[in-house]
Design a protein around this ligand. Structure first.
Ligand SMILES: [Zn+2]
Length: 294
């Protein structure tokens, strides 16, 4: 993973061209979801994209099965009617006509959600319950909050606001069982200092921000998504259907609570002659940092 401190200009890291099927977290190529390591799909690969579309919109199979049964019933009805008519067997003729009437509604039924031969779910499927928030289930014994220290900042993808971390959530109010259909959250890495002088270092990379943030104009969100997934415009089905977009940011000077368990890490003394400025140890989150701007 890229470190924000290795480049002169910090950035949000590599493009998130992959996504986790289960929690719909944006991932970079080669990255995997900690919670669902086997659920990563690459948006540029057609077979992967198909798997994602099936997760969101369902498969074509149920419609094919129903229609095949209806076709078989119709065939029996035609044969039964002909045999009945030929042999003046009115019982068989009536039975055949009855079967035909029974099958007709199934045969004529149009799937109102069908697009390109696919049977779609009536409502898109979003993240499974707790899919996006299960990374840290327990709160740490000691919760620390502190002020984000002066650092280089980067413009957040949607609002263009200078920040050290962002979290984007795209939602579809009708999605089941959860309106969340896509999330992307990254930090360039920064330092928090608590009131008692305790220091917490947030490393660059993935992050969870508990705040939902501000509602964003859908146009900005679509533009941002198209940059990460150029096939958005050419496909009939949208793997990330959304009607609402939110972006939360963490900026210099914000008071931020760290909700992840923390561990103390000793720092090598960068400048042996100066013991006043360099801390000997700092806290770092275990796993993906979970933050809340308070
Ligand atoms: Zn996941």
């Amino acid at each position: 993973m890229k470190s924000s401190h290795s480049d002169s200009a910090p950035n949000w890291g590599a493009s998130r061209t992959c996504v986790c099927l289960v929690c719909r977290s944006a991932l970079t190529e080669g990255e995997s979801c900690e919670e669902h390591p086997k659920g990563t799909v690459q948006l540029a690969i057609p077979a992967h994209r198909e798997v994602l579309l099936e997760h969101v919109w369902g498969r074509a199979k149920p419609r094919q099965v129903t229609q095949n049964i209806a076709k078989a019933l119709c065939a029996f009805a035609v044969v039964g009617s002909l045999v009945g008519a030929w042999g003046s067997l009115w019982m068989i003729q009536l039975g055949g006509m009855g079967l035909g009437l029974l099958a007709l509604p199934f045969l004529m039924a149009k799937d109102r959600h069908a697009t390109g031969g696919r049977r779609l779910l009536a409502r898109p499927q979003g993240v499974f319950p707790n899919g996006a928030s299960a990374a840290v289930k327990q709160l740490p014994a000691r919760q620390i909050s502190g002020i984000v220290q002066e650092a280089s900042q980067v413009r957040a993808p949607l609002r263009n606001q200078l920040s050290v971390a962002f979290s984007i959530e795209l939602r579809h109010p009708d999605a089941l069982p959860n309106p969340l259909v896509y999330r992307d959250a990254r930090t360039i890495g920064f330092r928090l200092v608590a009131g008692d002088g305790t220091i917490v270092e947030i490393p660059a990379g993935k992050v969870f921000i508990d705040n939902l943030g501000d509602k964003i104009d859908l146009h900005h969100a679509r533009q941002y998504l198209t940059e990460l997934d150029p096939a958005q415009r050419s496909q009939g089905l949208d793997p990330f259907p959304f009607d609402e977009a939110y972006e939360a940011v963490v900026a210099v000077g914000d008071n931020v609570a760290v909700l992840s368990p923390l561990k103390l890490v000793a720092l090598p003394s960068a400048n042996p002659g100066d013991y006043r400025e360099t801390p000997s140890a700092v806290f770092v989150p275990e796993g993906i940092p979970r933050l809340c701007v308070i």
